[in-house]
Design a protein around this ligand. Sequence first.
Ligand code: TYD
Length: 149
Amino acid sequence: MRASTVYDSSLIQLPKTYNQKGNITAINNLEGIIPFTIDRVYYLYDIPGGEGRGGHAHKSLKQLIIAASGSFALTLADGTTKQTFNLSKPYFGLYMPAGLWRELHNFSSSAICLVLASEKYDEDDYIRSEQEFNRYKQNHDSSAIRRSG
Ligand code: TYD
């Protein structure tokens, strides 16, 4: 498998059912909207102004991140390139493959960061040091190139 880069992440427009009394967005497994099966849902809320979250990478977890309320920014890095996405619409999700460093920042007050995840919580899947992440990417990238070459 090719090592992931920030260009493998993408903003996905989600279905939206309009209603004068309020809209609904629904995501079902196996509908082809997101490129993984959902095994866990969690959300961040009550985030104090100026606080940052994230600051880690995952070895195999895939995620879709949605600003269910308010707004925040998400900066992704792959060891070479960084890219920042501003999320503020509940009918858009940012798809993140495994193997990307992420930082969440610029939370608006009362923001809710909704996360759909491909696997259950597993601390062993986390890389929490940026130095270790850069080493992991170097090893992973060179072994991926060896496998494909
Ligand atoms: P973490 O993913 O490190 O949060 P963030 O990167 O957004 O700051 O999670 C913080 C703690 O919350 C983690 O150490 C354990 C707990 N946690 C769970 O128990 N289950 C979960 O699904 C998640 C995401 C976190």
